[in-house]
Each structure stands twice: as structure tokens, then as C-alpha cells.
Design a protein around this ligand. Structure first.
Ligand SMILES: Nc1ncnc2c1ncn2[C@@H]1O[C@H](COP(=O)(O)OP(=O)(O)OP(=O)(O)O)[C@@H](O)[C@H]1O
Length: 270
């Protein structure tokens, strides 16, 4: 386990591992989606998982998220072996995620969608609201403060009242990021955050991911197809191919790894 902290060239502190995947194997019937993969994610870093179609990236994110339970191996979170959990228990542990296909409430406004990200923080149940109005009011004020800060941060004030179904794709992706951030996660999992975006939208999203990491100190793991984007923003990259890990290191190390070049870069990027 990585226990030493270090400071990056741009002044961010990367701490010890927050999540460790140890010898993970995941099967779907006869299909082996993940074969004996190990890697860790360190406090404060941006960690990317890349690989061609069908490499097993989404399956890995679902293992990290607790949605899938591997047949073999262990997931350690903050040094403790994680047992099988339901999605809301994962959320309470401080893990939030976005989805490859946007999963927002299309008829609801931007603001209301982001507020749903606060649900795990809402303490006051109905009974408590009836007997002690003050507590729920304080809850509400705190929730609004967090949400307003995120709206400012992601520069989406102008669309706060707009139903998200009417927004262009790139902005919907930004609202999804906002909703995940509203949970104030310790670990943020992003499933192809740039998929389907044009160049300008990708640049915007890259900047926001870097800013979130820098401003809130959020540890981020993302899976991505777009190799160029990942190389620009990730501290370290895991490369998967046919369910196996074929590379792991800094963008420079991965870029020059012959297995990676053969399996992915050489084919998809000339
Ligand atoms: N729920 C499932 N049931 C059966 N097989 C699955 C399931 N999910 C994934 N697989 C298989 O596991 C392998 C890895 O799929 P996965 O979606 O994790 O790859 P990926 O790298 O995310 O691909 P993409 O980039 O196309 O999203 C594939 O062979 C896929 O068909």
C-alpha cells in the first residue's frame, strides 16, 4: 500500500491510497470481464482507467462503486475490506458517480436535479420536521448553500431553472457532475465524462474536472475512451485490454509502454 504523500509539480498533495483493488476477477457466466487486476487510487489524485471497447472499464467502475461484487479479490476502502453493500450505503461512505448515459430527471430543473444529490445528507425525516421545525430549516439552508456554491463553481447559474431535458448534451453532462458533487463525495467516479462531446465541450469538462480536484481536493477516478484528454488531466493511468491490466503509471510511462501502444494507441491513435 502507498503510505507516503508527495507534492505534484503543480503543487497538489497526493496522499496514501484511499481505495485498493486487490486481484479482482469478475465473471458474467462464461465471460471473464476482469482478470486478476490490482491497482490503487491515492488521496487527491486524478486516476484514469482507459482501454478499448469491451476492455472491462465499466465493469471495473461498477466494482469500485460496489454495484458488482467480484468473484475473486478484495476492495479495500480507507484500509478496510469492503463487504457487499447496497447503493445507498456506498453513497454514505462518500462515493458518488456519474453515468455514461446521462441519468438525470429530464423534466426537472437544473437546481432540483442538483438538490437530489443532497439526499444522503438530509438528516431530518418527516417526524423530526413535525416536532422540530428548526432542524429541518437549518438542513435546508446548509443544502442550499452547498448547491449554490457548486452552481457558481460550474458556471451554470443561467440554466438553474431550465428543465435539463432542454439543455444541450454538454451542459447536461455538467449538471450530472454538479449533482454528484452535491453529495460532497470523498471519491468521485466519472464514467466517460467526455463521451459524445465536441472539442470545446471536452476542454470545458477537462477544466472543470481539474478545478474540482484542485478546489475541493476531491479524489477522482474516471474511465475514458478519449486518450488525449486523459493524458492531459490524469496523474496516473491504468490501461485495460480484454479484462487484463496491461499498463499502469504516469501518462508518460503509459504512453511509451509497448504493450499499450500495441493494444490501443497503435490501433486507435496513429
Ligand atoms: N452485465 C453483463 N452481462 C454479461 N456480460 C457483460 C456484462 N457487462 C459487461 N459484460 C461483458 O464484459 C466485458 C467487458 O465489458 P465492459 O462494458 O466492462 O467493457 P468497457 O471497457 O466498459 O467497454 P466500453 O468502452 O464499450 O463501454 C465485455 O465482454 C462485455 O460484453
Amino acid at each position: 500500500m502507498n503510505t507516503q504523500s508527495y507534492v505534484t509539480a503543480d503543487g497538489r498533495t497526493i496522499g496514501p491510497a484511499v481505495m485498493e483493488m486487490k486481484n479482482i476477477t469478475l465473471r458474467f457466466g462464461g465471460v471473464v470481464a476482469i482478470k486478476d487486476i490490482s491497482f490503487d487510487i491515492r488521496q487527491g489524485e486524478i486516476r484514469a482507467i482507459i482501454g478499448p471497447n469491451g476492455a472491462g472499464k465499466s465493469s471495473m467502475l461498477n466494482v469500485m462503486n460496489g454495484f458488482y461484487h467480484p468473484q475473486e479479490g478484495e476492495v479495500m476502502f480507507h484500509g478496510t475490506k469492503r463487504r457487499a453493500m447496497r447503493p445507498h450505503q456506498i453513497a454514505h461512505q462518500g462515493i458518488a458517480r456519474t453515468f455514461q448515459n446521462i441519468a438525470l430527471f429530464k423534466g426537472m430543473s437544473t437546481l432540483d436535479n442538483i438538490m437530489t444529490g443532497r439526499l444522503t445528507h438530509m438528516k431530518s425525516g418527516l417526524l423530526r420536521q413535525m416536532v422540530w421545525w428548526g432542524a429541518s430549516e437549518r438542513d435546508e439552508v446548509k443544502n442550499r448553500e452547498v448547491v449554490e456554491k457548486i452552481i457558481d463553481f460550474l458556471e451554470i447559474q443561467a440554466i438553474r431553472k431550465t428543465p435539463v431535458g432542454r439543455l444541450p448534451y454538454g451542459l447536461q453532462k455538467r449538471v450530472e457532475l454538479a449533482r454528484a458533487l452535491a453529495a460532497e463525495p470523498k471519491l468521485l467516479l466519472l464514467d466517460e465524462p467526455m463521451a459524445g462531446m465536441n472539442v470545446e465541450e471536452k476542454e470545458d469538462m477537462s477544466r472543470f474536472i481539474l478545478d474540482v480536484n484542485d478546489e475541493f481536493g476531491t479524489t477522482i477516478a474516471l474511465i475514458e475512451h478519449d486518450m488525449g484528454v486523459v493524458m492531459d488531466i490524469a496523474d496516473r493511468v491504468v490501461v485495460m485490454d480484454y479484462g487484463k491490466k496491461i499498463g499502469d503509471g504516469t501518462p508518460e510511462e503509459v504512453r511509451t509502454n509497448q504493450n499499450v501502444i500495441d493494444a490501443y494507441l497503435g490501433v486507435a491513435h496513429d
